[in-house]
Design a protein around this ligand. Structure first.
Ligand SMILES: NC(=O)c1ccc[n+]([C@@H]2O[C@H](COP(=O)([O-])OP(=O)(O)OC[C@H]3O[C@@H](n4cnc5c(N)ncnc54)[C@H](O)[C@@H]3O)[C@@H](O)[C@H]2O)c1
Length: 324
């Protein structure tokens, strides 16, 4: 049997580009739709159509021409603080354009779909590590957009209009260990990237937002997952969906958390640079602790992380950062 043809929206972005590389390595044919609005790719794996998802007609033409077996939907805006300042932009792109994409998929009769969801759907969870069964109560517009799309997909799947897997990523970090790919955000907001860029001298200091959270050292705790382990989860999820057609929602994280202070000290250790850190007040929209219960993905997809170490994540990201 020949390998599936896979279309990635947002495949020029950080996570999509790593997935595209792994798919290509595994013999899949990769097609990408990306408008390059928020990424600055150094290398593209696959055939790129520089198209905005809001152009439903163009998207439909691509789908009819390429006839992918499955669509992996990464394209979205991703900054929590920005979503609080410009909520409409987030609903328009993350929800409105996803509906346009789903509409084009229906017209082209393509019904296998992987969705990039987020731990932001949980808001401030009552129980940590948080499982997929937990109540969804996002505390920022970004998280709301992910919940809305998940609800649409759930209802469509119930009515047999789509087969989907929603992957709820926790904090994705690190870079391709071969040094070819890494984050290329135009406006990086993620802690590890900001810390490394501060070590490199691109920013005068690193801000810690909030030191009075109910955590052992007062700073927020997150579950950092290496982008290559996440890419592997996509391949497994895609193969599972194509063979079983069973719709699922799965957490993607390691099941352990690190505080902001722990991340900062690991960045200082890995880089050997003692950069300036400024403690400031809490930022709106940040839950104190987000750690995944990952038992479901491990059981169903037999996913086994290979890079489960904060130091490895930071080393790979530093290697990438030094080349930029
Ligand atoms: N990075 C994380 O830690 C994280 C965590 C949870 C969920 N996610 C989700 O993963 C997905 C990918 O995130 P990323 O970190 O790779 O971000 P990214 O910004 O690097 O990638 C998103 C890509 O989508 C493209 N895009 C955005 N809007 C588009 C549109 N309307 N038409 C065409 N292309 C468009 C951008 O140009 C970019 O290349 C997003 O859906 C995000 O919400 C990311």
């Amino acid at each position: 049997m020949s390998k599936a043809k896979v279309l990635l929206t947002g495949g020029a972005g950080y996570i999509g580009s790593h997935v595209a590389k792994l798919l290509t390595r595994n013999g899949y044919e990769v097609i990408i739709i990306d408008n390059l609005s928020s990424s600055n790719p150094r290398k593209i794996y696959g055939k790129l159509y520089k198209v905005d998802l809001k152009e439903e007609k163009s998207v439909l033409e691509i789908l009819r021409k390429e006839r992918p077996d499955i669509v992996l939907h990464f394209a979205a805006f991703i900054s929590v603080p920005e979503s609080l300042e410009k909520p409409f932009l987030y609903y328009e792109n993350n929800v409105g354009n996803t509906i346009k994409l789903l509409s084009a998929l229906r017209k082209a009769e393509i019904n296998n779909f992987l969705f990039s969801s987020s731990a932001a759907v949980y808001g401030i969870p009552d129980v940590v590590p948080v499982s997929e069964a937990a109540e969804l109560k996002p505390i920022n517009p970004y998280g709301e957009t992910k919940v809305m799309v998940e609800k649409i997909l759930r209802d469509m799947a119930k009515a047999q209009e789509i087969n989907y897997i929603s992957l709820r990523y926790f904090n994705v970090a690190g870079a391709d260990p071969e040094g070819e790919l890494g984050p290329t955000y135009k406006q990086p907001t993620h802690l590890i990237i900001r810390a490394l860029k501060t070590a490199k001298g691109e920013y005068p200091y690193l801000e810690i937002f909030g030191t009075d959270y109910p955590t052992p050292d007062g700073t927020c705790i997150r579950d950092y997952i290496h982008v290559m382990d996440l890419a592997e989860a996509h391949i497994l999820a895609m193969e599972y969906l194509l063979s079983t057609r069973e719709s699922l929602v799965l957490n993607c994280g390691y099941g352990k958390g690190f505080s902001v202070r722990e991340v900062v000290s690991t960045v200082k250790k890995v880089t050997g640079i003692d950069f300036k850190v400024v403690e400031t007040k809490r930022r709106a929209g940040d839950p104190p602790v987000l750690v995944a219960d990952n038992s479901k993905i491990k059981k169903i997809l037999k996913w086994e992380p290979k890079y489960d170490s904060l130091e490895t994540i930071i080393k790979n990201a530093w290697h990438w950062e030094l080349k930029q």
